[in-house]
Design a binder for this molecule. Structure first.
Ligand SMILES: [Zn+2]
Length: 166
């Protein structure tokens, strides 16, 4: 039974590689590091996901997309429930290397990984990779992403807010 469940979990991982964040269609929920746990018991599937950004309205859509994708691609499943958990907190460094690359291709600067020595976030332009050091309050308290303008190549680009749900 255990190995059978493991096979189902592996399959679910594969399915979730194709479930995208509705706001960032190039990156999957797996690449964003949102999937914390998958439990299978007697054909009942529970996916525990970490919400990436508190207050983002896309969570209901993501939940439905995850549940529907699993129902559509797995046979002999009784129920699928995706629930959001808050421990451990999601942090932007859970985004995989591949996920960060895809964000850039989509014209979104991945969340910065470090503070500069001045304590400000350092954001790199997704087009020319020039360092764009921005002041902290450029990010609104609830917005997931901000529009910035690259000082080097003059392109506008979006940056993900460097946060955790702590
Ligand atoms: Zn640039």
């Amino acid at each position: 039974m255990l190995t059978e469940n493991q096979l189902i979990i592996d399959k679910i991982h594969e399915i979730l590689q194709h479930v995208k964040d509705p706001e960032i269609p190039s990156v999957s929920v797996m690449e964003l590091g949102m999937i914390e746990n998958i439990k299978v018991d007697n054909g009942n599937v529970i996916v525990e996901a970490l919400p990436t950004f508190v207050g983002c309205p896309a969570l209901d859509i993501i939940k439905a997309n995850i549940e529907n994708a699993i129902k559509d691609h797995l046979e002999h499943i009784n129920s699928v429930i995706c629930k959001f958990i808050y421990h451990p907190p999601w942090t932007s460094d859970r985004i995989s290397t591949e996920g960060r690359e895809k964000l850039k291709q989509f014209g979104i600067a991945p969340p910065p990984e470090f503070f500069t020595e001045t304590g400000l976030w350092s954001v790199h332009c997704p087009y020319c990779d020039s360092a764009y050091t921005t002041i902290e309050n450029i990010f609104g308290p609830t917005a997931c992403r901000s529009i910035l303008y690259c000082k080097n190549c003059k392109n506008p680009f979006e940056a993900m807010k460097p946060i955790s749900t702590l």
